[in-house]
Design a protein around this ligand. Structure first.
Ligand code: NAP
Ligand code: FE
Length: 357
């Protein structure tokens, strides 16, 4: 990982020898708006490396899109991938890398860990400060057949990541707010997690320190260059932490709001964070977390998150169905350190959302 201002241009030599034809994987506007795409294409031009751009990655990318991207890349003869953008293009670039690197594979194989898949060389360049996808092996895709979002079973770490906080400057304040809350989710869900280790906790504690130092600016939406640097670093630290532990209940709970209601990822995750912390029976541990984040009580953290995100409402019947579904999400329950009862699941939804109807 290379992190500094002008990281791409200063690190131009790292693009040498990794392949002969690049596929850039981006969303519709952000790669260009942030200036990241121009930095990359300037470097590729200076090295005489041809490239093509697949710029069709939507928010919460679908399996159909990544299959389309892989087909496009193979047709163009690309042999390495550069993902530029928020978590959506970065996750899509991992899936595309795997599909292109394992030519006989299909999109379904991304969700079958028993099928060996190999990715093409992958460079990741984030333009948001939330997912940490540039340092995680995960990719979350929308599966329209199943009407939900799901993490790929295949794992792929990017080979190289360039972090330049200037790319965050083109983002609207709400995007920084939501993605910084996603980072908070990764930090909390990695810490309150049965798979937490000395190493993941070290990343969490450092990330929480950075986040706490700048958190007041999330209330106003006025960000300095130093704020962007702090939130981007916290995001990568949190990404390294969840690479060890995985995410837990708030991420599982968020997917319905994002898929069915179009709520941005960080906002959907943040909605459930305070109730996850409250449900954790180890109060001493929770006191430590609040202290690291600079909150004097659990109520203060809940209010703080709600001041940034507002509060969402949902028909009661949908909330109760979600609680039922959470109890059968064995993958995410395995990342929760306490036994979740039906009553606890329902009250987590009731505390986090306004039930209507
Ligand atoms: P995103 O979905 O990548 O982007 C959200 C919006 O922000 C898009 O409209 C995007 O534009 C725009 N945008 C991004 N950077 C910008 C910039 N610098 N300036 C202006 N606009 C910008 O947002 P995200 O929250 O980073 O990623 C969310 C996705 O990541 C979800 O699918 C989530 O499930 C996944 N995720 C992955 C992991 C992991 O470990 N891999 C962890 C958590 C979440 P464009 O469409 O033009 O790009
Ligand atoms: Fe997330």
């Amino acid at each position: 990982m290379i992190q500094e201002r002008n990281a791409v241009k200063k690190g131009a030599q790292h693009f040498k020898g990794v392949g002969s034809h690049a596929l850039l994987v981006t969303g519709k506007h952000s790669a260009v708006a942030s200036g990241a795409q121009k930095d990359v294409t300037d470097v590729l031009d200076s090295l005489g490396i041809p490239y093509d751009v697949f710029s069709q990655v939507e928010e919460n990318p679908s399996l159909d899109t990544v299959e389309k991207g892989a087909y496009f890349g193979l047709e163009k003869g690309a042999d390495f991938i550069i993902g530029i953008g928020g978590g959506s293009p970065l996750d899509a670039s991992k899936a595309i890398s795997l599909l292109m690197g394992t030519k006989e594979s299909t999109g379904k194989d991304l969700f079958n860990k028993d099928i060996p898949m190999k990715g093409l060389f992958l460079i990741a360049i984030p333009t948001t400060c939330g997912t940490g996808s540039e340092v995680t092996p995960y990719a979350i895709l929308s599966l329209h057949e199943q009407k939900t979002k799901k993490g790929m079973s295949q794992r792929l770490f990017p080979n190289l990541a360039f972090l330049d906080a200037t790319y965050l400057e083109s983002a609207p304040p709400s995007l920084i707010q939501y993605t910084a809350v996603d980072t908070l989710g990764h930090l909390l869900e990695s810490y309150i997690n049965p798979h937490a280790s000395y190493y993941s906790n070290m990343c969490v504690e450092y990330g929480m320190g950075l986040w706490a130092k700048k958190k007041e600016h999330l209330l106003t939406g006025d960000f300095t260059k130093e704020d962007y640097e702090h939130f981007l670093t916290a995001s990568s630290m949190a990404g390294m932490a969840i690479s060890h532990t995985g995410t837990s209940l708030p991420h599982a709970m968020s997917y319905y709001l994002t898929y069915e209601k179009g709520v941005p990822h960080g906002k959907a995750v943040g909605t459930f964070l305070a109730s996850y912390v409250k449900a954790c029976p180890d109060k001493k541990w929770i006191g430590k977390v609040e202290k690291m984040l600079g909150f004097s009580s659990q109520g203060e953290m809940k209010d703080f998150i709600e001041r940034i995100l507002g509060r969402l409402s949902i028909p009661e019947v949908e909330g109760l169905d979600c609680a039922k579904a959470l109890l059968s999400n064995h993958e995410k329950l395995a990342n929760c350190p306490f036994h979740l009862t039906k009553e606890m699941a329902v009250s987590m939804y009731k505390e986090s959302l306004d039930f209507v109807g």
